[in-house]
Write a protein that binds this ligand. Structure first.
Ligand code: MOS
Length: 740
């Protein structure tokens, strides 16, 4: 199935502007909650004020007295719904149980009622007047909370084996130098700018759902199971998505409720969650703990990597990140051991958030790598390159391509890393302590099964149709470019339609699979078209006209069926069921990853400990780069998110009530323009003809991996203080014994 990619020398596409740029800057791009619906009723959700317990009573009197209120749905009158399988088990759901199932409360902010009204204002007023009484039980909020249950991940998910190689304990006991450190990452929330919303409309027995989604076929299938109807009767539409980051990949409880309400009221129903409701009605990045031990010889060769992980999940359903499957592939580790544990608490089920496992495990590993370099008295970049590998040591399988050394060389030169004085607290500019740090970025290269339909008309126009998704990433643009490249047609002649289950099942927008998968399928469809026409991509207008005349047709349409080589299903069948068969990464005949090297400068004020990041350089190699402009935006956005993780971002939990405290964008801190200074993204040319037919590795998640460690390492270099729990804030620098 794999074929060599024939593009420019640098293996990069053209930096063309966005396909949908004009629509977006003029406001013409229609996001799902903007979709006009005639005669819509509005829904407002009432959510639980306690994290654990039971509802003992409702008083709906004041609610029903609000003019315009039509109905109140609670567990007492909700029509039947079925459970669904979790996304993580190959299903579609964020959680298995439907909403309003019983009087039991599982987490703070859980749906306890839905008020329906003629206007949003009336629904909200009715919701706020609803009286709910609870029998409150003591919740467990997070790690170390009374009642939090710890389990081995392998006991919960038997298929999930912890990576293991050789005898790590013995190697650690024999190691000349050992780093033994514990790291911690906080809970975070995706906080896409576009709020969660659902609009449902029934036309007789046909249901149309407008909802921002990273996988509309999953939405359709999951909803069909919940409602107990045939998936063919549901259409899910999501033309534009205003940020997803994982939060819009699984079916949440709200969708089925809105569909039920629309059926009961016999009119369309529209729901838009408030910002704070979004904190509990979808998943989030769970907090994690890491115990890392690395052993090395005096000359800097790693002899063992031991990494235990603890992750929080809900009592109701187990979400887990991938443990150290990926970080164990990072370096030449002769011995590896790991144990992953889940800690069950009374919170909502977590969900993948941009580079879910990598952001956490690489903060720990890349911090520990820096600690080891310091202990050895080695340059941290040189230490990493000394332990470079051409294979995943755990599986023994070689990388299809790995350009980490080039990334380090190019980024370090651009950063002027050789000018660094390695001694902590040695670089200073007046009252500002200067620190330079580096870390590795990586993300597995995955594709999923997908189907595209491409039609080529005699007038030279092309239409590409599949239910892919653009989260704001530039997916429309790169798919347009790919069809142009494969057919030899000018961009302006190519139309791309996505985000609708009336189209064939395109790739989900998740796991950085979208571009590689979509382009692989487009290549297949375009090759079939050219073959039928007897044309090549460099044919001129005359040859094209003659080819269509020979076939006596006005257009040629072909379907591109892409199933990743070595995938579990080996076909596109499960794509129609919204069940993507992620293939690649550490699985399969070879190991597939994209890599990067990140260098940062921090400046810390000697008196106030204010932390600034004036300079970041990241160099990335991710196979063929489809569009350097959109790729750079993805990687820069990732780096900025990395800065956010390092210095700003954390969801604060009231430990007594298991409740999120800063559930708004005023108190949930993210960087603003003044926090972001000079960011340089470098795209390192890399040709990979084995990872997938498109030769594309994807850049959606890569940029935010390792960044927080680079900053923590720079903070150590500036101050001599090692902060092992994110985010790194002024108070933590002040708390640590100081001689600044
Ligand atoms: Mo991403 S966490 O794969 O949307």
């Amino acid at each position: 199935m794999n074929e060599a990619v024939q593009v420019s020398n640098a293996n990069m596409g053209q930096p063309v502007p966005r396909y949908d740029g004009w629509l977006k800057v003029t406001g013409a791009a229609r996001y799902t909650s903007d979709t006009p619906v005639t005669d819509a009723a509005y829904a407002y959700l009432v959510t639980s004020a306690v994290a654990r317990g039971r509802i003992t009573a409702f008083d709906e009197t004041a609610t029903r007295a609000v003019p315009g209120v039509l109905d109140v749905m609670t567990h007492r009158n909700r029509p039947p719904l079925n459970p669904i399988k979790m996304f993580i088990e190959g299903g579609q759901g964020l959680m298995s149980a439907p909403a309003l199932e019983s009087a039991d409360i599982h987490h703070e902010g859980e749906i306890v009622a839905m008020v329906l009204a003629d206007s949003y204002e009336a629904a909200r007023e009715g919701g706020q007047r609803l009286v709910v009484r609870y029998d409150r039980a003591e919740p467990a909020a997070t790690f170390d909370s009374p009642g939090a249950d710890e389990q081995l991940l392998s006991d919960v998910v038997p298929a999930k084996a912890d990576p293991r190689l050789g005898d790590a304990e013995a190697a650690l006991a024999d190691a000349a130098v050992v780093i033994d450190a514990r790291y911690e990452t906080p809970p975070q929330h995706h906080n896409a700018i576009e709020l969660f919303s659902t609009t449902a409309r029934w036309d007789d027995d046909e249901l149309t759902v407008f909802e921002p989604s990273q996988i509309v076929y999953g939405l359709k299938e999951g909803l069909a199971i919940q409602l107990g109807i045939a998936p063919e009767r549901i259409r899910a539409v999501s033309h534009f998505v205003g940020g997803g980051f994982g939060a819009k990949a699984a079916v949440t409880q709200r969708t089925a409720l809105v569909a039920l309400a629309a059926r009961t009221l016999r009119r369309p129903v529209k729901l838009v969650l408030t910002r704070d409701q979004g904190f509990t009605l979808s998943g989030n990045r769970q907090e994690s703990r890491h115990h890392v031990r690395i052993g090395a010889s005096r000359d800097g060769r790693i002899t063992a990597y031991h990494h235990d992980i603890w992750e929080v999940t809900a009592r109701t359903d187990a979400w887990f990140n991938a443990g150290i499957d990926h970080s164990a592939a990072m370096y030449r580790f002769p011995a590896v051991a790991s144990t992953a544990r889940l800690v069950r608490v009374d919170r909502q089920v977590p969900m993948a958030m941009r580079a879910p496992s990598e952001v956490q495990s690489m903060f720990a590993l890349e911090s520990a790598m820096d600690e080891m370099a310091v202990a050895l008295g080695m340059d941290p970049m040189a230490f990493r390159l000394l332990n470079e590998t051409d294979r995943n040591m755990v599986t023994g399988k070689p990388f299809t391509s790995r350009s980490l050394v080039s990334c380090y060389e190019q980024a370090s030169a651009a950063f002027a890393w050789p000018d660094r004085d390695p001694r902590p607290r040695s670089m200073r500019d007046g009252e500002w302590l200067i620190g330079w740090g580096c870390a590795t970025a990586m993300y597995p290269t995955l594709t999923v099964n997908c189907v595209v339909r491409v039609r080529y008309d005699v007038d030279g126009s092309v239409i590409v149709q599949f239910a892919g998704h653009d989260l704001g990433t530039g997916a429309y643009t790169v798919f347009q470019q790919e069809a142009a490249l494969r057919l030899g047609v000018p961009l302006a002649r190519i139309k791309v339609e996505m985000g609708d289950t009336r189209l064939p099942p395109g790739p989900l927008a998740g796991g950085s699979t979208g571009s590689a998968t979509g382009c692989s399928a487009i290549a297949i469809a375009c090759a079939a078209i050219l073959k039928r026409l007897g044309l090549t991509a460099d044919a001129d207008d005359e040859a094209r006209t003659a080819a269509f005349a020979r076939l006596a047709v006005g257009s040629v349409e072909e379907q591109g069926d892409y199933a990743p080589a070595g995938s579990a299903t080996g076909s596109t069948a499960s794509a129609y069921r919204g069940s993507p068969d992620f293939t690649g990464g550490v699985h399969g005949a070879k190991t597939m990853f994209a890599f990067g090297a990140q260098f940062v400068e921090v400046r810390i004020h000697a008196r106030t400990h204010e932390i600034r990041v004036p300079r970041v350089v990241g160099a990335y190699a991710a196979g063929r780069i489809l569009n350097p402009r959109t790729a750079r935006s993805q990687l820069m956005g990732g780096l900025i998110w990395g800065i956010s993780s390092a210095l700003h971002e954390a969801t604060e939990i009231d430990r007594r009530e298991a409740r999120y405290v800063n559930d708004n964008l005023a108190e949930y801190l993210i960087p603003v323009c003044a926090d972001i200074r000079d960011i340089k993204v470098m795209l390192v040319p890399e040709v990979d003809t084995e990872c997938n037919p498109a030769g594309v590795k994807g850049v959606g998640e890569l940029g935010c991996v390792g960044t927080a460690a680079a900053i923590a390492n720079a903070v150590f270099h500036a101050t001599g203080k090692r902060i092992r729990d994110l985010p790194i804030t002024i108070d933590k620098l002040l708390q640590r014994p100081s001689d600044i």
